[in-house]
Design a binder for this molecule. Sequence first.
Ligand code: F6P
Length: 348
Amino acid sequence: MNRTLTVGLLTGGGDCPGLNAVIRAVTRRLLSEGHTACGVLHGWRGMIEGRYAPLGVDDVSGILPRGGTILKTSRTNPFREEGGVEAVLRNLAGLDCLIAIGGEDTLGVAHRLHAEHGAPVIGVPKTIDNDLGATDQTFGFDTAVAIATEAIDRLHTTAESHDRVMVVEVMGRHAGWLAVQSGIAGGADVVLIPEFPLTVERCAELIRTRHARGRDYSIVVVSEGWPLTHEAGSGGLAMQTAEVDAFGHVRLGGVGERLAEGLAELTGFETRVTVLGHLQRGGTPTAYDRVLATRYGLLAAALAIEGRHGTMTALRGAEVVAVPLADAVRELRTVPRAYYALAEAFFG
Ligand code: F6P
């Protein structure tokens, strides 16, 4: 048998359904081939503090359908902490390889550690925002879409009963994937996303047109990163606080409320808002996400065993393949015009 390896794994950034499925798959594959899996606690914070311990089969038993992450997570950025990178590199010396499961921030750190310091890292793409480059899909996204779609379905019946306009605010940061996909699946009458920002006036016009056709209720899905836009000029992003996190991100939220006020004023229709918030990230993953996360985990373990550092697992068509980490973090993957047009076909 080849050399026995010790492979660490961490989960960083916002949690999402399917993280535990990856942890289980990586651990099971490593152990079955005689290697050691080590769980790092609290993302990059755990690598700075050297907090990791071996995972056994019992530790990952029963976690496949569980949301969240048994390893816990954080938004710590070692490049922004005094001595952070040095501490990570010191603690990495105790591992043959580190598998980082995360989105653009977590994988951005993994990429820099590899590119600038030759660190033996491998990435696995997670995020409900689905905004990572080099992969057709991140795990967690399908579950978030299913949750948002169910919410839209439920809002339809109450909207219809009261002749109301229902605004549904979904997450997604600067990418409108979650809004577009759930909007298409839920039959939304307007979908507002950061990539192609319709104005409040245009949205009101679409709703008026629909009501003029005899409909007396409407569903508007708005992405949290839609820049509240009026004909008179942009109102900017709706933020919960002006503070930024360790990766320079503001906390978005609240755009739904402001949009609803504008729509009520412009149309005169009774309007209500639902902010789905962290419900979109909680709970059990869909079967699709469990399978995708499992496929990513098995491939990540194989890449670790083969020593193919600086790579990330990715979905390309129906295949799960390895791609350079650099390609994944180069730029955000946003919604293309043609995809938005699928939702637009049903506006108004
Ligand atoms: O990136 C995932 C995400 O859920 C975004 O859609 C959202 O803007 C953000 O995280 C929320 O972050 P937090 O969990 O820190 O409130």
